[in-house]
Design a protein around this ligand. Sequence first.
Ligand code: NDP
Length: 323
Amino acid sequence: MDYRFLGTSGLKISEITYGNWLTHGSQVESDIATACVRAALDAGITTFDTADVYANGAAEEVLGAALAGERRESLEIFTKVFWPVGPKGPNDTGLSRKHIMEGIDGSLSRLQMDYVDLYQAHRYDHQTPLEETIQAFADVVRSGKALYIGVSEWNAEQLRAGQALAKQAGFSIVSNQPQYSALWRVIEAAVIPASKELGISQIVWSPMAQGVLSGKYLPGQPAPAGSRATDEKGGKNFISRLMEEPVLTAVQKLRPIADELGLKMSQLAIAWVLQNDNVSAALVGASRPEQIAENVKAGGVRIPAEQMAAIDVALGTVVVRDP
Ligand code: NDP
């Protein structure tokens, strides 16, 4: 496993990071979740991403329980704040000082930890003054409950404004967490150039397009049993917009490219995002431990320019570039 710096900070994270959205506390039972965490640790993954809202708090609980007893210094734990966990009162959403201060305490309690390494604004809050949000994050860092601050799905303008205020408040935003894959390239036009100027790196979600880029969903055929596309607890809804026939057909054209490189399609997808020098980590999910063992082999793979160009040709017009 290779480790990369998060933004311009001194924090190193595993370039393949394990995320537990839709799986822990929902699609998979606790024993499978624990086995996935074990497989991740065995493969050299030290960085784990979750959020308060995943499975309504249960994902943080499952991850915390699975990591109990591990040496805390050997782990980087990332969580997020924005959406409500449990009751949806007027102050249970967004990035107000109240929700951030209460949010971090709730997350630490569910994770059974004294601090998280990265606390992330899960989205931009258009209703709270940015000054209030940034000041609250500064206070969370000063309290020692989070060591670094990141954001998720902020656009270039929001990153610029947030970073300017963060510097004034005495800290830096180190990371942004956007969706990014060979199929979903919205951040390339403005977010990545702005991030490079600002010292922010990307931790990218759904690098495998929720499993679609693994090539296991064949056009015109039923989804394999046990896959996210069959997960009635939530996964099926989230993956549905990627399950269109033209996308699945184009994805199958990646198979010969992966074969040529001696890679699985899943590994090709992960290596593709890691090729971008503004990406600190591919945030990969898994519903079983064998997937993790397969996926980590994408670490350190360099896709030659010829195959990068062939991927663009294969995917053609199904690639999403505009928000
Ligand atoms: P991926 O694109 O990595 O999809 C993971 C899913 O693909 C797995 O759960 C599994 O689903 C399937 N899969 C994994 N490996 C393989 C394999 N080798 N072969 C075939 N199928 C495979 O990412 P996710 O969509 O899960 O997102 C990853 C993480 O990103 C989340 O856990 C979360 O931490 C973060 N995230 C952040 C968001 C944000 O707003 N900030 C939003 C969404 C995610 P199955 O076996 O069930 O088909």
